[in-house]
Design a protein around this ligand. Structure first.
Ligand code: C2E
Ligand code: CA
Ligand code: CA
Length: 793
């Protein structure tokens, strides 16, 4: 059957089937076979009728036996072909083998029909010839028609008939008729072949494109299905009338409506119904659709805050293959989570995470906006700068958790007091600020500030404990106190500084005076810098006496500034400034060394006490400063005492304690100054083994009148005894105080009763003059005599 195969292959090539994808070619073959099988019963019936009429017309002729055999053979071939063809339809994909079998069968059938004219036309009977000619013509045309979709089969059927007919014509006696018939036959064949070739080409093209489309549709629907399954997006579609078309499950779920309730609904009306009817975004979509323009990543809000959801939609007009408008198609996704995260991020960028108040960056921005409004519309406003008093102490003694809770509660109280239109910010740490929009009336602002002071100072209950803090407030009003953001804020800060300096727990309005004070401070700072360079600082020494016998046991070095014009400036006027500007480092270094140097010339039993600023401690490597001073002056370490206040221990207590330990290890005495004024003096006493406590002078002063103060003093002294800590009382001014302190067994006393701070030059005189008291202190006291002092005033 090599001929058939080659024939089939060349035909497949001719009609463009051979280049097709194997799967498409198989599909095409199946369709070709099906197209034939569908009409096969009718074709078979036609063939039987034709065969019967031939048998009938052949009866009585010499060809009759041959025709009978022929008819039997035809029936067998029809049956065989029918079974084979039917079976092939049910096979999954008919292979080239099936196709070849079919071509073979048609060839057999064609050959049988090709024998008919040879058998019968030679009879030369008009009736026989006529019926034979009609039957053959019918076979040719019916075969051409039926087999048109499978050209190789058509040819296998037609060519033998054609050839048989030609052979028969040569046997005809009437040469002219035979010639005409032959011409007709050839033309007839040519027409059939040409027409069927055209037809089969169309058929192939048509069926192939149909198959490709259905394959594409399958792929598209698979992709779409996957898209819907694997992304949070869903598809939407509306037709050329703007009515929702095809609704996916996810769309149903997102819209919260059934498919039935969605299909056919006007798309724009649907969108408007979801969100705010006036949403400019929806109006934008409407305009885009009206213009037939695409839109992408448009976010629409659905429902009302806070329970609202967000959809992000993209859509574009859909057109059919002729470019006609078919509506819109697009995707949508629920971006609520994304939106919430976005909002959270922007909230965090603009707000303080702990209190939820506006943060410093946002506050600065808002302050600028208020200034812009002031410039444009003349709307005044007030800025309040708040600073909590004693917050650090609470934070340190009760822990950061409590500190955080406290800040949250403070923020809540602030929010409760101010109006919705006011801005409340946390600038950092325990600093807050407010902008009171459209407010400049002094009385109103003062009223609010007073309420803030009162409210924020009332106790807070945190974890079952009551905590009390205070607040100081500085106020600047724009435009009176400034028209630039930085200026307004600085002036509020200056007012705050003043409020704190004047005892805290109060509010102060900015005054021009504060500005000049600031300028004065700046000048002073410059002067102080110079003073250090020009040795204008001096140390005075205040005696520390033994409580037992009033005998001096040492001196406390107290710094002064010998100002060329202002005279002797007390430390309270320049130490805070030096601490702020960092000059305290130089001052402190100098003080320690100068005090050690001075003490080297004193009798060996007299110690020197030096005050150490917390700031100095932070700014320098204090252990080496102390060691260097001792090395340089040669003062034995045990004769040096360092007085520190508990403020030193508030920040980084572990680090500070480690340094204090190293100082103590040098042999230097460490004393806690101003004991009792801080928030947690006792707690620190347990954290570091102080050698000495200096009870603050406020307790000593109060002890004259106040029984409670006396009780406190008694307790501190007995505590000192228990902890083996030396106790000194400072600020002793009266004999009565001396007697009380001696009675409760205080170790050491200091105060104007004994001596004011002395100039270095007067020390020798003082020591000599008070030598007597070393031996006869009790006799003097009993007589009520005042010890002689060498005070400089
Ligand atoms: P402080 O360490 O508590 O020093 C005691 C202060 O009380 C001294 O004031 C002293 O003159 C004063 N005073 C002493 N006895 C009496 C008294 O009987 N009655 C009253 N009313 N006052 C008395 P001063 O010298 O003005 O020093 C004030 C503060 O300045 C000191 O308080 C200390 O904290 C600081 N200071 C002084 N000198 C230095 C220093 O060299 N370095 C550092 N960092 N601070 C210093
Ligand atoms: Ca002191
Ligand atoms: Ca003190």
């Amino acid at each position: 059957m090599g001929v058939v195969r080659r024939l089939s292959a060349s035909f497949e090539r001719a009609v463009g089937v051979s280049e097709l994808d194997p799967s498409i070619r198989a599909g095409l073959h199946r369709q070709q076979i099906r197209a034939i099988v569908e009409v096969l019963p009718i074709a078979a019936a036609g063939a039987i009728v034709a065969a019967l009429s031939l048998v009938w017309v052949a009866a009585g002729t010499s060809a009759f036996p041959a025709v009978l055999i022929w008819a039997a053979a035809l029936l067998v071939s029809l049956r065989r072909g029918l079974t084979l063809w039917r079976g092939s339809v049910h096979d999954g994909a008919p292979g080239d083998g099936t196709l070849r079998a079919i071509v073979t069968d048609t060839l057999i059938a064609g050959t049988l029909w090709g024998l008919v004219p040879i058998l019968l036309i030679g009879q030369d009977q008009a009736t026989v010839t006529l019926i034979t000619a009609v039957a053959i013509a019918g076979m040719l045309s019916a075969g051409g028609l039926i087999l048109v979709t499978l050209p190789q089969a058509a040819l296998a059927f037609l060519v033998p008939i054609f050839l048989g007919s030609l052979v028969a014509l040569t046997q005809m006696q009437d040469g002219a008729t035979a010639l005409v018939l032959a011409v007709l036959l050839v033309c007839f064949m040519a027409v059939i072949i040409l027409a069927s070739q055209r037809h089969v080409r169309d058929f192939v093209v048509h069926r192939v494109s149909e198959m490709k489309i259905s394959e594409q549709n399958e792929i598209i629907s698979l992709l779409l299905k996957e898209f819907e399954e694997n992304s949070s997006d869903w598809l939407w579609e509306f037709d050329c009338d703007g009515r929702i078309d095809r609704v996916s499950e996810r769309f149903e779920a997102a819209a919260g409506r059934t498919r039935a309730a969605l299909v056919g609904v006007d798309f724009l009306a649907f969108l408007q119904g979801l969100g705010d009817g006036n949403d400019p975004v929806i109006r934008g979509i409407k305009t885009a659709i009206a213009d037939g323009a695409p839109f992408s990543d448009v976010e629409i809000r659905i429902g009302e805050a806070p329970g609202e959801t967000w959809w992000r939609m993209t859509g574009k007009p859909a057109r059919d293959e002729f470019g006609a408008y078919r509506g819109y198609i697009g995707t949508a996704s629920d971006v609520t989570a994304e939106k919430q995260a976005e909002r959270r991020i922007s909230f965090l960028a603009h707000n303080d995470a702990l209190t939820g108040l506006v943060n410093r960056a946002r506050f600065t921005e808002l302050l600028k906006q208020n200034v812009a409004r002031l410039e444009r519309y003349g709307s005044p406003f007030a800025v309040l700068y708040l600073d909590l008093d004693q917050f650090k102490a609470v934070n340190d003694s009760m822990g950061h958790m409590v500190g955080d809770r406290l800040l949250e509660m403070v923020a809540r109280r602030i929010k409760n007091i101010v109006r919705e239109t006011d801005i409340a910010a946390r600038l950092g740490g325990d600093e807050f600020a407010l902008i009171l929009a459209n407010e400049c009336e002094t009385a109103t602002v003062a009223g609010l500030a007073a309420r803030l002071v009162e409210d924020l100072s009332s106790p807070y209950q945190i974890e079952g404990e009551f905590v009390s803090i205070g607040v100081s407030i500085g106020i600047a009003v724009a435009p009176i106190n400034g028209i630039r953001p930085d200026q307004i804020l600085r002036n509020a800060d200056l007012a705050l500084y003043r409020a704190k300096a004047e005892g805290r727990g109060a509010y102060r309005f900015f005054e021009a005076q504060m500005d000049s004070d600031l300028r004065e401070r700046r000048m002073l700072e410059a002067e102080l810098r110079q003073a250090i360079a020009e040795n204008e600082l001096v140390l005075h020494y205040q005696p520390l006496v033994s409580a037992e016998d009033n005998r001096p046991s040492g001196f406390e070095a107290l710094v002064r500034w010998n100002h060329p014009i202002r005279g002797l400036v007390p430390p309270s006027e320049f130490i805070p400034l030096a601490e702020q500007s960092g000059l305290i480092k130089q001052i402190g270094d100098w003080t320690i060394e100068a005090a050690c140097a001075a003490a080297t010339v004193w009798p060996g039993d007299l110690n020197v006490a030096v005050n150490l600023s917390a700031r100095h401690f932070q700014l320098s490597d204090i252990v080496s400063v102390v060691r260097d001073a001792l090395d340089k002056t040669g003062l034995p370490p045990h004769r040096l005492e360092l007085e520190i206040t508990e403020s030193l221990l508030i920040e980084n207590p572990d680090e500070v304690i480690e340094k204090l330990n190293r100082i103590q290890a040098l042999g230097v005495t460490v004393a806690m100054d101003d004991f009792g004024t801080g928030y947690s003096s006792l707690a620190y006493l347990l954290k570091f083994p102080f050698d000495k406590i200096k009870i603050d002078k406020s307790f000593v002063t109060a002890s004259s009148e106040d029984a409670v103060a006396r009780d406190i003093l008694r307790s501190i002294v007995s505590l000192g005894r228990t902890l083996k800590i030396h106790i000194t009382a400072e600020g002793v001014e009266t004999l009565e105080q001396v007697e009380f302190l001696r009675e409760i067994a205080c170790n050491q006393l200091q105060g104007f009763y004994f001596a004011k701070p002395l100039e270095e030059l007067d020390l020798a005189g003082y020591v000599l003059a008070n030598a007597a008291t070393r031996f006869d202190a009790r006799a003097d006291d009993a007589a009520g005599a005042q010890p002689r002092t060498g005070a400089t005033g």
